[in-house]
Design a protein around this ligand. Structure first.
Ligand code: GBH
Length: 471
């Protein structure tokens, strides 16, 4: 069978995030983050797991790079821990101090990546806010956190900008705002819709301010002629109605998920249809004059994370839940249609929704702008066989089918320039602790041994061929 080729120059990568892999939570002057606090609070994370050690990548990053070589990836998306760089969250402008040892760690990591011929693609915020900023400013619910982020971004860009040319400001502001401030499931564990809407706006403001801070710092530190590229990563959603009566609710959910970020970033406005529960524009005093211009500053690419579709249906008249339904709101239910596979996270597997996302949701707003898939992957109950192998054919199938969806979207005109698999290796899966594995590499958490899974072997074939290899 002929393998379908990806475009020339398509970038193959793998992704992780600082709190999920680094460990060393108190080492070399690092300050506490809201995730240190949250995971150390009984009852917040499954099994009481924490990121104290995680995959110990603060020390074992050379082993991670060895895995990257075996996967044949050309780029590594990792995140920088803000409290490792600024233990109190602030730089010199607010009597904070830069922790040079924290910066040195990322310098060593970047140098080792470049030695291995792998392009570093750091994300500046993947959910580990300095605890001090939560305590003093209300975290993302406070406007000053946006300015603090821009200062931090400039400090990191100045230190690494001679070697790093592609930056991602934020990871998934929807998750930060809603899962962290509205629904309590992530740090800081608040259940406050007003805080969540404020966080939504302040995160976007932080992004916009950071874009110019990174560009300014890069001009200063970069002697090379490689132009700096800055983007943001969003988790975007496809919500499909199970009947025409649910279509408006599906559109509402997509506006809360997608429009509230894509609108300000690409069209200068929050979606009209949303109420003050969801739209910063409807909250008096939240959006200041000039904010939307800052947020809409031109970017060089959009990062898209995608895992699963959502289905929304009309609730039964008697209010009883039918098979596969979960309560949503106001007479609607979240539906898991019969027959679709479900991962260990209880997420639906349906690759056609990925193509739909890229073609219907993303391309109309991004146009010619490059799009990178900055995360995609799946969790399954992996185990090591007696001969030391992890035969994760479900993950291999998910990977194959979702790469096929990317090819379909490219054929439909989507400007997708690269793909980062989530994740390089099993790691701390937030509220699920270590119970849910997403890696192309298995980690034996007792010994920190890394074992390439069958899916990782498959990914190595794909990256080598730049094609959707068939098994
Ligand atoms: C990503 O977020 C993270 O960036 C990464 O750190 C994480 O390890 C990875 O995914 C795997 O979880 O409405 O409650 O049904 C996950 C993005 C967006 C996926 C929301 C689940 C629906 C949750 N998530 N989505 S819910």
């Amino acid at each position: 069978m002929n393998a379908r080729q990806f475009p020339d120059g398509f970038l193959w990568g793998a992704a992780t995030a600082a709190y999920q892999i680094e460990g060393a939570w108190q080492e070399d002057g690092k300050g506490p983050s809201i995730w240190d606090t949250f995971s150390h609070t009984p009852g917040k994370v499954h099994h009481g797991d924490t990121g104290d050690v995680a995959t110990d990548s603060y020390h074992l990053y050379p082993q991670d790079i060895e895995v990257m070589r075996r996967l044949g990836v050309q780029a590594y998306r990792f995140s920088v821990s803000w409290p490792r760089i600024l233990p109190t969250g602030r730089g010199s402008s607010a009597s904070g101090e830069v922790n040079v040892k924290g910066l040195d760690y990322y310098g060593r990591l970047v140098d080792a990546l470049l030695d291995a011929g792998i392009t570093p693609v750091p994300t500046l915020y993947h959910w580990d806010l300095p605890q001090a900023l939560q305590d003093e400013l209300g975290g993302w619910a406070g406007r000053d956190t946006a300015a603090a982020f821009a200062e931090y971004a400039g400090i990191v860009a100045e230190a690494l900008g001679d070697r790093v040319h592609r930056w991602i400001t934020l990871n998934e502001p929807w998750v930060v705002s809603n899962v962290g401030y509205r629904w309590e499931r992530h740090a800081p564990g608040h259940a406050d819709a007003a805080e969540a809407v404020a966080a939504n706006h302040h995160l976007l403001l932080a992004h916009g301010l950071a874009v110019s801070a990174i560009r300014a710092a890069s001009r200063w530190s970069s002697a090379s002629s490689v132009p700096v590229e800055v983007g943001i990563t969003l988790n975007l959603a496809v919500h499909r109605p199970t009947s025409p009566e649910a279509a408006d609710m599906a559109a509402e959910l997509e506006a809360r998920h997608n429009g509230v970020y894509l609108g300000p970033l690409f069209a200068g406005a929050y979606p009209e249809r949303l109420t003050a529960q969801w739209s910063p524009a409807k909250v008096p005093g939240l959006v200041h004059d000039g904010d939307l211009e800052v947020i809409g500053a031109p970017i060089d690419f959009l990062g898209v994370n995608y895992y699963h579709p959502g289905y929304v249906g009309v609730a039964a008249a008697d209010g009883q839940l039918r098979a596969g339904e979960r309560p949503l709101e106001a007479g609607f239910v979240d539906v898991q249609p019969e027959g679709l596979p479900i991962t260990a996270m209880n997420w639906l597997v349906e690759p056609t929704s990925f193509r739909e996302l890229l073609v219907r949701v993303v391309t109309p707003v991004t146009g010619d702008l490059p799009v990178y898939i900055t995360e995609n992957g799946s969790s399954w109950y992996d185990y090591v066989t007696q001969d030391g192998r992890v035969e994760d054919y479900e993950r291999l199938g998910y990977l194959h089918d979702h790469l096929g969806a990317v090819l379909d979207a490219i054929a439909d005109g989507a400007n997708v320039r690269g793909y980062f698999a989530w994740s390089l290796l099993d790691n701390f899966e937030w509220a699920e602790g270590y119970a849910k594995r997403f890696g192309l590499t298995f980690v034996e958490f007792g010994t920190q041994q890394r074992i390439l899974k069958r899916s990782g072997e498959y990914y190595a074939q794909v990256t080598a061929a730049n094609a959707l290899v068939e098994q």
